[in-house]
Write a protein that binds this ligand. Structure first.
Ligand code: CA
Length: 335
């Protein structure tokens, strides 16, 4: 791999044992600060040799559960209970996190559509470049804690890119069962080569993500699943010693394969959902009505499911535009 040309620098030394915190400095020269930098919080906890893990949240700034859980983990973890190294990036797209937005207010950048990034691009592209070229090569595992954010909410789930071989499928399912969310799904890479998932695959790093509720809030139930799952997974890969939290509910292993798993609004209007999270649906089951509140004497449009499955994700805000995602399904995993 070509040498990294990243302009970002970490204040902490990822090779040093112990617990360090500081900032990754993203140079940002603007009117109010000619030689300034954006401070992206980073923590490194290292205890000798062992597994090398990246824990990340705030990839989307309005997905709060992971940011809260990683802050709590940062304050709790002690080097003596670790083996190897965890690098924790709790608000990866820091400008987006501080704005409580999915995308960066500085450049509209969606970090999880920005990999492999650009050393001389906007702030979001520079963050993606730094993660792919500098952080992922330091890691064996990358765990990225998403949720549905402001516009969607999920049944708490883990996800990963659909593996190629039966042995990899079993290893992936095993990791998902260890995490212990109600659902774990293997996805066919629908968002292309610009996600952290794709970046991890390029770097040869084992990746798992979450979609852990959302709706622009943090709930005790979602946080319990996330915090215990993170600790169980760290224990499983050998990074955390001692006793992991007791196993949670059984994880149902699912798949999400293509566009027919998603339902979109065909018209602008007000969204009346006709199903709930966890419902089982068939091809043609009505998913929701879109009411034309600008012309309320017209009949609403009906959005339907294009295939059978279980509803794991739904839109939260009632107002929709044509093209907004209303639901997505998962189906039981089939080899
Ligand atoms: Ca997300």
């Amino acid at each position: 791999m070509a040498r990294s040309q990243s302009r970002l620098t970490a204040e902490i030394d990822f090779e040093r044992d112990g617990k360090q915190h500081g900032f990754i400095r993203l140079p940002y020269s603007v009117h109010r600060s000619a030689y300034g930098w954006i401070p992206i919080p980073v923590v490194c906890i290292k205890n000798g040799d062992g597994p090398r893990v990246l824990l990340m949240a705030g990839n989307h700034g309005d997905e709060y559960e992971g940011q809260v859980a990683l802050g709590k983990l940062i304050r709790a973890l002690k080097p003596a209970e670790m083996r190897g190294r965890v690098i924790i990036l709790p608000s990866a797209n820091f400008p987006a996190a501080m704005a409580g937005m999915r995308t960066s207010p500085l450049d509209e950048g969606n970090l999880n559509r920005s990999f492999p990034g650009d050393a001389y691009g906007g702030p979001t592209a520079q963050i993606a470049y730094y993660i792919e070229k500098e952080l992922l090569p330091l890691c064996d595992y990358a765990f990225d804690f998403h949720s549905g954010g402001s516009s969607l909410t999920y049944i708490p789930s883990t996800l990963m890119r659909r593996p190629q071989t039966p042995a990899e499928v079993e290893a992936g399912a095993d990791l998902m069962r260890t995490f212990g969310a109600p659902f774990g799904y293997m996805a066919d890479g629908g968002w292309g080569e610009h996600t952290l998932t794709a970046a991890a695959a390029r770097a040869g790093v084992t990746h798992m993500g979450t979609e852990i509720a959302g709706g622009g809030q943090v709930t005790p139930a979602a946080l319990r699943i996330l915090e215990a799952g993170i600790r169980r997974v760290l224990h499983k890969v050998g990074a955390l010693t001692g006793e992991p939290p007791p196993a949670a509910a059984e994880t149902r292993i699912m798949q999400v394969r293509g566009a027919d798993y998603y339902v979109y609004a065909s018209d602008p209007g007000l969204f009346e959902p006709l199903v709930e999270l966890g419902d089982t649906v068939e091809t043609g089951t009505p998913a929701g009505l879109i009411h034309p509140h600008d012309t309320p004497w017209r009949e609403p449009a009906t959005a339907g499911f294009a295939r059978a499955g279980t509803v794991i994700c739904k839109r939260v805000p009632g107002r929709v535009e044509r093209g907004d995602c209303l639901f997505h399904l998962a189906a039981d995993f089939e080899a």
